[in-house]
Design a protein around this ligand. Structure first.
Ligand code: ADP
Length: 253
């Protein structure tokens, strides 16, 4: 691994609005993230977590400061260049799954490849493989309405990883799920991090879910207030984990 971090925020500020209604959402954020890390981003509502994630996800640019991704100064890129960087290196997972309704799991997962202009055959094969890797082999033709919340989030994760991103950005990925499904989703993210070396950045309000991360960064009032390594990231027991695909079959039965 090179000595240069994959991600660096240097003195990042973000100002929303202007004049009397101006609001400084980020007040000078410094953050370095190595490739292969798994970072949980925590903090009270309004502390700047989403603003930081939008910046890290190249959806928005800092008002001042630097964002260096893999040696590239993102704050100097055009909108189109940022979109290209997003498509090439980043995968996104949201609290509300954001799947297309009335569209099969297979087609949902294929979408990012369609935008990339990949040929049909490759798209089909890659989507099937991604669905299999999240324990949804055999569920390709089900629409979101025919899947449980946990399964929908797994489809969303398959869609996020089908392009083989370097970084997965997950915004409260377990916020709409019950405890057991939440742990299954966390186990999946943990496995993607461990097995494939995907860097994971995840916003969560739940300490139980943050416990899967290797590092916990806490935002308070627009700055990083605490940043600590987690010496023993949680994981489901081997027995529980082995039962995952079977659990998913039961869920929708
Ligand atoms: P968190 O994700 O920790 O809840 P946010 O990053 O969403 O925090 O918000 C940080 C601050 O910036 C809050 O005070 C919020 O109201 C404000 N804010 C966020 N987005 C906007 C926006 N688009 N326009 C104006 N203010 C915003």
């Amino acid at each position: 691994m090179s000595d240069t971090p994959l991600i660096q925020l240097k003195g990042v500020t973000k100002l929303y609005g202007e004049g009397a209604t101006a609001l400084l959402a980020l007040k000078g954020v410094d953050l370095s993230i190595e490739a292969g890390d798994f970072v949980a981003i925590m903090g009270p509502s309004g502390s700047g977590k989403s603003t930081a994630m939008n910046t890290l996800g190249c959806l928005d640019t800092p008002t001042t400061g630097e964002y260096i991704f893999n040696g590239v100064h993102v704050e100097k890129l055009s909108r189109d260049q940022r979109a290209l960087l997003r498509r090439s290196y980043l995968g996104f997972v949201f609290q509300g799954f954001n799947l297309l309704a009335r569209t099969s799991a297979q087609e949902n997962v294929e979408l990012p490849l369609l935008y990339r202009g990949e040929p049909t055959k490759q798209r089909h094969a890659a989507a099937r493989k991604a669905l299999e890797s999240v324990g949804l082999g055999g569920w390709e033709h089900h629409t979101p309405a025919e899947l449980s919340g946990g399964q929908q989030q797994r489809v969303a994760i398959a869609r996020a990883i089908v392009t083989e991103p370097a970084v997965l950005l997950a915004d409260e990925p377990t916020g709409n799920l019950d405890t057991q499904r939440s742990h299954e989703i966390m186990h999946l993210l943990w496995k993607l991090n461990i097995d494939r070396g995907i860097t994971v950045l995840m916003v969560t309000h739940e300490a139980d879910m943050a416990a899967y991360a290797k590092r916990i960064v806490r935002f308070v009032d627009g700055v990083v207030a605490h940043d600590e390594r987690n010496p023993h990231p949680a994981a489901l027991s081997t027995t529980d984990a082995a039962a995952l695909p079977e659990t998913s079959q039961k869920e929708a039965a």
